[in-house]
Design a binder for this molecule. Structure first.
Ligand SMILES: Cc1ncc(COP(=O)(O)O)c(C=O)c1O
Length: 433
């Protein structure tokens, strides 16, 4: 086995950069199980980033690996214009989890291509083309989804697609309209739709949103926001596309986040832990929307659309979600993690806000609780120190938000260990000025 230094040297020469972490250093991972991963030096880490959020059911879950092995012995890939058994099974299983009328599914590879397809379905269905998304959203890094990703990552890519509009997100801790919930009565939606109505060419198609904004800084809309958004979409003939790629399938403590809001969206997209670490995404919609879109020659197909191996992993991931009781685990463990993070907030003035639901929790860091000035230099220091101590998580909003996404396999003892590391790292932060 080559050493870490040798592999990093090879990576410097041959691996394309363009990653969120610009350090170019280690760790280099070799294996994972449950909530832990191990690097090439044998050092173990608690993975509170769930890989790239895709191992939220636990790394190398035996149910997933068995399904993949079985697919390797039967059929890995198939002609995507014909059906295969696993694909039909997966669509049937998803229909069983979704409420009426969301019963039709298609399977692609990434979160971005599912969102892109969903937007194009909405365009075909409505005959419009304009799509709006909140200003802290993240929907992917294809050209089409980057144009609807307002949390960042735009600089230097040239003009965005026409017909994409930003809305004012319900970021209550830093309300852009200086309002307070519930007195605001969703002023962010009033302003957003005033702007949408002013800009539209009378061809609106959809609003694309996450139910809880993950990459944008773990920002949770207030109760009722999603229902009000849906009502305003309906008034304008716009579809509501809900990107549940991070939040769906149990992560927040319910099977889908929209259930908590009593809202049924028109189109739902799934990815990330759907597939249990294997690359697959889904678009789920109603038969009515599917029929009208396909009648207007809607086609989306990629080389690996509906692949049996990926669909087998998809079925296995639904087995895990149901058999392991992931929503209930997320509620319980998420509550425990939240209580521990609130405990840290009692000890460290640097913590301005603790928020999130289930196994998606965020900590916002501030220079002062009064001014709420973002402590952007603190997050990277904390993450680097935690990494040295064996805890992985990500940092968002230019460094001022810590995002913690422990897999559903995490134990309370592992949460305690993570909190101890986090406390140590918080205690070592050095602020400028
Ligand atoms: C909410 C959400 N949507 C879409 C995506 C894009 O998914 P992918 O990276 O699989 O294209 C992400 C990725 O982080 C995401 O968090």
């Amino acid at each position: 086995m080559r050493t870490e230094a040798e592999l990093l040297e090879a990576a410097r020469r041959y691996s394309f950069g363009g990653r969120m972490d610009k350090s170019g250093g280690g760790p280099i991972f070799v294996r994972g199980r449950g909530s832990e991963v191990e690097d090439i030096n044998g050092k173990r880490y608690l993975d509170f980033n769930s890989g790239q959020m895709c191992a939220a059911l636990g790394h190398n879950h035996p149910t997933i690996t068995a399904a993949v092995q079985e697919a390797c012995e039967t059929l890995i890939h198939a002609h995507s214009s014909f059906y295969n058994v696993r694909e039909i099974e997966l669509a049937e299983r998803l229909a069983g989890l979704m409420p009426e009328p969301l019963k039709k599914s298609m399977f692609l590879q990434s979160g971005a291509d599912a969102n892109e397809a969903a937007v194009n379905i909405a365009r075909k269905y409505t005959g419009g083309f304009e799509v709006a998304s909140p200003h802290v959203s993240f929907h992917g890094m294809s050209d089409a989804t980057r144009a609807l990703t307002f949390a960042g990552w735009h600089a230097g890519y040239g003009p965005s697609a026409a017909g994409t509009m930003a809305m004012v997100a319900p970021y209550c801790y830093r309300c852009p309209l200086a309002q307070t919930f519930p007195d605001c009565e969703y002023a962010c939606l009033d302003t957003s739709f005033e702007l949408i109505d002013a800009q539209t060419t009378s061809r609106p198609a959809a609003v694309l949103t996450e139910p809880l904004f993950s990459a944008g800084g773990v920002i949770e809309p207030p109760q009722g926001w999603l229902a009000d958004l849906k009502r305003r979409c309906e008034e304008r003939g716009m579809l509501l596309i809900l990107d549940e790629e991070q939040t769906g399938l149990g992560k927040l403590g319910s099977m889908f986040a929209f259930e908590d809001e009593g809202v049924v969206p028109d189109i739902v997209t799934l990815a990330k832990h759907f597939g249990g670490g294997v690359c697959i995404s889904a678009i789920v919609t109603s038969a009515e929307i599917e029929e009208r879109a396909t009648a207007d020659e809607f086609i989306v197909t990629h080389s690996h659309s509906n692949d049996p191996l990926a669909c087998a992993a998809g079925v296995a991931s639904l087995d895990v979600v149901e058999q392991d009781g992931v929503p209930e685990k997320a509620r319980r463990l998420g509550g425990y993690l939240k209580s521990k993070l609130l405990g840290l907030a009692d000890r460290f003035e640097l913590i301005g806000d603790v928020r999130g639901r289930g196994l998606l929790q965020g900590v916002e860091l501030v220079r002062s609780r009064e001014s709420r000035e973002a402590a952007t230099e603190a997050g990277p220091q904390i993450a680097a120190q935690a990494l040295r101590e064996g805890l992985i998580f990500s940092v968002r909003r230019e460094g001022s938000v810590l995002r913690l996404v422990p897999p559903a396999t995490t134990t309370e003892a592992q949460v305690d260990e993570a909190i101890e590391i986090l406390a140590g790292a918080l205690g070592q932060v050095r602020m400028r000025g």
